[in-house]
Design a binder for this molecule. Structure first.
Ligand code: AMP
Length: 280
């Protein structure tokens, strides 16, 4: 597996090549969710750049940034089966932030106005700054993102069009543990008790999807909170938002597609999930 710390070296490596390049941006502590993106990227490209960079500007709390898990040797071991195609890229700060380590300011309209954008102010500016830098530095034809972070995925689609970056954005389904918990690097931070409780998040969303409550969003919200908070978990938000503009709604309209968006605290660890609503 080729490993680089500077995007200049990656560009020099690709200089004489006309191969298809895919990009999978990550913050490391890789799991099978990340690997599903890598697998798809490897099937569709000649080379796949997997970046691992814990981006300071997308964290709202220093403690969250400092406690974010990191395990480069296990990351490389997981990627090993794809080593023929993979370029493992672990940039220094200065490779992505040539000047000060600070975010640019973007306007994505309603896409980033609610849910994560509301509860984590400046988070999306931080993500967009790093993704824009990665796209400019690596110049991939395709980049792969998880639907688990659906709002982020839609924001990046918007970024790519707005900045005319000629990168096609590929969304990939959420990979879950056997008990339904969405895979996440942050799951490593859960205590035994929290890990045992966490599957209730997806189970309750599934319940709501099957249940008659689905016609009334405030009832759904109450049901979610009641179920999830029976354990050691605490709901930060529950929204139903339309897939197109990501504006939360209290009333479901016919022929429109919606998703549940939830954020739940397990102690200091924040878990997010999103599931599309099955319509009757
Ligand atoms: P992260 O390292 O958390 O920044 O995630 C890197 C990429 O992997 C993002 O595009 C995430 O949406 C995606 N991802 C994270 N967890 C999952 C999962 N369980 N299933 C699918 N994609 C995921």
């Amino acid at each position: 597996m080729l490993t680089f710390k500077a995007s200049g070296e990656i560009r020099a490596y690709f200089k004489s090549k006309s191969e298809r390049i895919g990009l999978v941006p990550t913050m490391g502590a890789l799991h099978y969710g990340h690997l599903s993106l890598v697998r798809k990227a490897c099937a569709e490209n000649d080379y796949v750049v997997v970046s691992v960079y814990i981006n300071p500007t997308q964290f709202n709390h220093q403690i969250d940034f400092e406690s974010y898990p990191s395990n480069p040797s296990s990351d490389m071991a997981l990627l090993n089966p794809f080593s023929d195609k993979i370029i493992f890229y672990t940039p220094d700060h200065k490779d992505l932030y040539p000047g000060e380590i600070q975010s640019n300011s973007y306007d994505f309209g309603s896409i980033t106005a609610h849910m994560e954008g509301l509860f984590r102010p400046s988070h999306f500016n931080g993500v967009a700054t790093v993704i824009e830098a990665l796209f400019r530095n690596i110049q991939p034809q395709k980049a792969y993102f998880g639907e688990k972070d659906f709002q982020q995925l839609q924001m990046i689609r918007n970024l790519s069009v707005k900045k005319q970056m000629a990168v096609s954005i590929v969304g990939c389904p959420t990979i879950r543990e056997k008990d339904g918990l969405a895979m996440s690097s942050r799951n490593l931070l859960l205590s035994l008790e929290q890990r045992k409780a966490a599957p209730i998040i997806y189970a309750t969303l599934q319940d709501l999807n099957k249940n008659y409550l689905k016609s009334d969003v405030s009832l759904m919200s109450r049901y979610f909170k009641e179920k999830v908070e029976k354990s050691c978990l605490k709901v930060e938000y529950f929204f139903v938002a339309s897939i197109d503009d990501l504006i939360p709604t209290s009333k479901l309209e016919l022929n429109k597609k919606y998703r549940f968006f939830v954020a739940v605290y397990a102690g200091k660890t924040r878990l997010v999930d999103t599931v599309e609503l099955d319509r009757i």
